[in-house]
Write a protein that binds this ligand. Structure first.
Ligand code: SF4
Length: 195
């Protein structure tokens, strides 16, 4: 028998209620955990569901975002079982997407910098950070730029700077970054979505 996603959620909720009643007084920890799941199921059933695509790589897995109708806030992101590519499954990057939303109060919002040989992280603003990056890039290019290789071929490259791109940017931004890196002579350019 084929069962739809919505049917599965309804059935799970009904089974959950029965199990909760039968275990009263026996194992409250498990009961509470189960109750939380049932509450989540209820929220999922009444939520506004929006489908979208994971932004992280070219696989293009389908997602379902659940938004609470009362608060208008997103409270769950999961793989879309009806999507032909991923059929509900997600890799760890896609599965962690909810952690990037405002619901995660611990997500990184500021630059964290650790000075050489220090064991402490400091918060920095972007003005300071961009000047620091520009200074280090300029110093490395001035010191390490290679114009010709061992065979006396013209190469114009710098091998002491690497660039790792984020998977949160789009094709056009990737193109711009790649071109900028190559224009500066970088050869070690990679992208997080490939990792
Ligand atoms: S990053 Fe993972 S979840 Fe996202 S599209 Fe690629 S394989 Fe799918």
């Amino acid at each position: 028998m084929e069962i739809s996603r919505r049917g599965f959620l309804s059935m799970s909720g009904a089974i959950g209620s029965g199990v909760a009643l039968s275990t009263l007084g026996l194992d409250l920890t498990a009961l509470k955990a189960h109750a939380a799941e049932v509450t989540k199921m209820d929220r999922l059933r009444t939520a506004k569901q929006t489908t979208t695509i994971c932004c992280y790589c070219s696989v293009g897995c389908g997602l379902i975002c659940s938004t609470d109708k009362l608060t208008g806030k997103i409270f769950n992101i999961e793989g879309d079982p009806d999507h032909p590519i991923n059929e509900g499954s997600l890799c760890s990057k896609g599965a962690g997407l909810f952690g990037l939303t405002e619901a995660n109060e611990h997500r990184l919002r500021k630059v964290h910098y650790r000075a050489p040989k220090s064991d402490k992280w400091e918060e920095k603003d972007w003005d300071w950070t961009l000047k620091r990056i520009a200074r280090l890039v300029k110093d490395a290019r001035d010191k390490d730029f290679i114009t010709r290789n061992a065979k006396d071929q013209e190469v114009n490259r710098v091998e002491t700077i690497g660039h790792l791109g984020t998977s949160n940017i789009n094709n056009e931004e990737c193109w711009l970054l790649s071109m900028s890196c190559r224009a500066m002579g970088l050869v070690y350019i990679d992208h997080q979505a490939r990792v």
